[in-house]
Ligand binder design. Structure first.
Ligand SMILES: NC(=O)c1ccc[n+]([C@@H]2O[C@H](COP(=O)([O-])OP(=O)(O)OC[C@H]3O[C@@H](n4cnc5c(N)ncnc54)[C@H](OP(=O)(O)O)[C@@H]3O)[C@@H](O)[C@H]2O)c1
Length: 347
């Protein structure tokens, strides 16, 4: 193979991996199907004829090296990322390939920055963690809302999800993160991650119409608390989640997402409302769309496309907002995201 259009997808047969494979094909790339289970890869290849199957394990670096042979980039969709991110980043660096993942695990995202920033920068490589709905999209929105501001006092990212049917991967990643935190909660304040046992406050958040006011859990802390401060001087980053979506996530027997349209998207809708504040001034950016898992595919694939076509602003371990022209990136996804940046916001 060896075509510049080959993109390796690790965890290709997972729920998110399948969306990524489909999106790559739609955009003229050739996905290489990587994962630890040969039978699941072969089953996927039956549904996606003509694609190469490459079994590989994070416990076997040589298998990863073989699996990445001839690829132009790798997208890691296999979570918990506490287990998969480091072996895949190392393999990508050995092969000299850009690496993008969809990790929404705060501790795993922190580890990627901490362990690989220097190595990736020295190699001139691009490593983009959390290039998905949580982490990546919020960072693109905060960066867009900031416009010409180089610093802000606070960034608020409110997730207006209509529901949340979590996948097995989401639940497993949540469990691993909770374990790594010793059951504590985490927030980002005064320029650092703070672990605590405080109750999570609930409040009302006024989403723009038509969603309107919704009850949310404040300090429902998502990966944006890693991505945003990685490149923007904002000492307080707070994320919020609609209470009803959080309740789905914590239900004793949560149900997985089911396809509701021809693209395989669920009926879940979302609004992400971002507010940045500097002194008395406020700026906003808002997007709306459908299915947080499905939309992660165009986010990750757009990132790869920009990296492979030289449209990046930085090398090393970089978040979406640092790596790309954020408003341009969001506008390029107008088929998937409807963006609104109020006039008093720049971008
Ligand atoms: N940031 C975001 O907004 C965002 C969006 C979408 C997904 N995600 C994250 O992406 C991950 C996958 O989610 P999903 O919805 O695709 O879940 P999923 O359908 O349950 O798929 C999980 C995938 O990960 C693979 N996997 C897990 N541990 C592995 C390991 N140690 N080695 C190799 N493969 C491994 C699984 O393979 P097996 O079947 O062989 O176990 C499967 O292919 C989760 O961590 C989720 O939180 C984040």
């Amino acid at each position: 193979m060896g075509s510049g259009r080959n993109v390796a997808v690790f965890g290709a047969y997972g729920h998110t991996g399948r969306f990524v494979v489909a999106e790559l094909r739609e955009r003229g790339y050739v996905p290489l199907l990587l994962g630890r289970d040969r039978d699941k890869l072969l089953a996927l290849a039956q549904a996606q004829p003509g694609l190469e199957v490459r079994p590989a394990s994070v416990d076997d670096p040589a298998s990863l090296d073989r699996a990445l042979n001839g690829a132009a980039a790798v997208i890691n969709c296999a979570g918990p990322f506490a287990s998969t991110a480091a072996p895949l980043v190392k393999a990508a660096l050995r092969a000299g390939l850009p690496y993008v993942d969809v990790a929404a695990e705060i501790e795993a995202n922190v580890d990627t920055f901490a362990h690989f920033a220097e190595r990736a920068r020295a190699a001139g490589a691009v490593v983009v963690p959390a290039m998905a709905f949580f982490g990546g999209l919020g960072d693109l929105l905060v960066t867009t809302a900031m416009g010409d501001w180089t610093a802000a006092d606070e960034a608020h990212i409110a997730y207006g999800l209509s529901s949340w049917h979590p996948t097995a991967g989401t639940l497993a990643s949540g469990a691993v993160s909770a374990q790594r935190r010793d059951g504590q909660r985490v927030r980002y304040a005064d320029g650092r991650l703070e672990y605590h046992d405080d109750e999570l406050p609930t409040m009302e958040w006024s989403f723009p119409a038509p969603l309107g006011p919704q009850q949310v859990i404040a300090e429902f802390t998502m990966a944006d608390v890693v991505t945003v401060p990685s490149h923007l001087a904002v000492p307080h980053v707070r994320t919020y989640m609609t209470t009803k979506a959080a309740a789905d996530l914590f239900a004793p027997d949560p149900s997985a997402p089911t396809a509701a349209d021809e693209r395989g998207r669920s009926a879940q809708t979302f609004v992400v409302d971002v507010l940045v504040r500097s002194g008395d001034a406020e700026r906003r950016a808002v997007v709306a769309g459908q299915d947080i898992y499905a939309v992660s595919a165009p986010l990750a694939v757009e990132a790869v496309d920009r990296i492979l076509t030289g449209r990046t602003r930085a090398t090393g371990v970089v978040s979406a907002g640092a790596a790309f022209d954020a408003p341009d990136f969001l506008r390029a996804l107008s088929a998937h995201l409807s963006l609104h940046v109020p006039l008093d916001s720049r971008g």
